[in-house]
Design a protein around this ligand. Structure first.
Ligand SMILES: Nc1ncnc2c1ncn2[C@@H]1O[C@H](COP(=O)(O)OP(=O)(O)O)[C@@H](O)[C@H]1O
Ligand SMILES: [Mg+2]
Length: 268
């Protein structure tokens, strides 16, 4: 019974030196336990939208709801986990202590926290790395630790802002499958921001396409692929159909037709 998430006519204007209309009339809905992806050009407001969902920013107009309630409540009850593009681990803390950081911030002590970090490290495939320091781990492993940290307060909603953007293609595909497994086990509602059309289709039930700034939802496309998802599915006609539909929504139909949709060699 994870929480749903919705945006109604959300707009965001940054008023500083110069006025930036980042978002305009964003409407979207993600059912509880669903997996949504958001794609769109750089600077279209994807991070801004995620931050509004997480109550890290206030919308200028419109409303967002988490489980039908205000995001402030969700934030207060620690219902939201956030994973950023770079792992943002504290370099002087061990991996275990990094994963436990939200418990420290929330003031949770004693018995209930014992073993939780290690269980999560195991869930994200980092068994035995609890005593390591961040710099001793690869980029992909650091990002796994960041995911474990985002999960430690048992969030109902997991917001992922290009979490694997800095990783190479092969590592990225492996991490994506891992993320799907973790999502399946934790039953959170997930929203993934990504640059990659293929990644969005591999992961999500529904993909939201954003326009260039001011960002708004140009199209929502459902992905009719079964779960569990596999990399083999990326070679199927059903996969290409969704990729092409999204490509048209992003770039328009007047570009050259019949491009090979994906560098398949890179993912097999
Ligand atoms: N705190 C801020 N102050 C002023 N402008 C901002 C701020 N945060 C983001 N922006 C602007 O809002 C637009 C959307 O940014 P962002 O949400 O980061 O886009 P994306 O994540 O899609 O690349 C960009 O033009 C960016 O420069
Ligand atoms: Mg961004």
């Amino acid at each position: 019974m994870s929480q749903s998430l919705s945006a109604r006519y959300v707009g965001k204007v940054f008023d500083g030196r110069g006025r930036v209309v980042a978002l305009r009339d964003v409407n979207m809905e993600v059912p509880g336990g669903g997996f949504a992806a958001i794609i769109g050009p750089s600077g279209c407001g994807k991070s801004t939208l995620l931050r509004i969902f997480a109550d890290l920013l206030q919308p200028t107009t419109g409303t967002v709801a988490i489980g039908g309630g205000a995001p402030q409540n969700a934030r207060r009850t620690k219902s939201i986990g956030f994973v950023f593009q770079s792992a943002t681990l504290l370099p002087w803390r061990t991996i275990r202590r990094n994963v436990e950081l939200p418990l420290d911030v929330a003031g949770e002590r004693g018995r209930s926290r014992e073993g939780r970090a290690d269980a999560l490290l195991s869930l994200v495939g980092l068994d035995g790395f609890g005593d390591s320091l961040p710099h001793q781990l690869s980029g992909g492993m650091q990002q796994r630790a960041a995911i474990a940290r985002a999960l430690i307060l048992k969030p109902e909603i997991l917001l992922l802002d290009e979490p694997f953007g800095a990783l190479d293609e092969i590592t990225r595909q492996r991490m994506n499958l891992e993320l799907l497994r973790i999502w399946g086990e934790t039953k959170t509602t997930a929203v993934l921001v990504t640059h990659s059309i293929a990644e969005a289709v591999l992961m999500a039930d529904r993909v939201f396409v954003m326009t260039p700034r001011p960002g708004t939802i140009a199209k929502a496309v459902d992905v009719p692929l079964e779960r569990p998802r596999t990399l083999q599915m990326m070679r199927t006609p059903a996969f290409f159909d969704v990729v092409n539909e999204l490509r048209d929504a992003l770039f328009g139909t007047e570009t050259e037709p019949a491009l090979e949709p994906l560098p398949l060699e890179a993912v097999s």
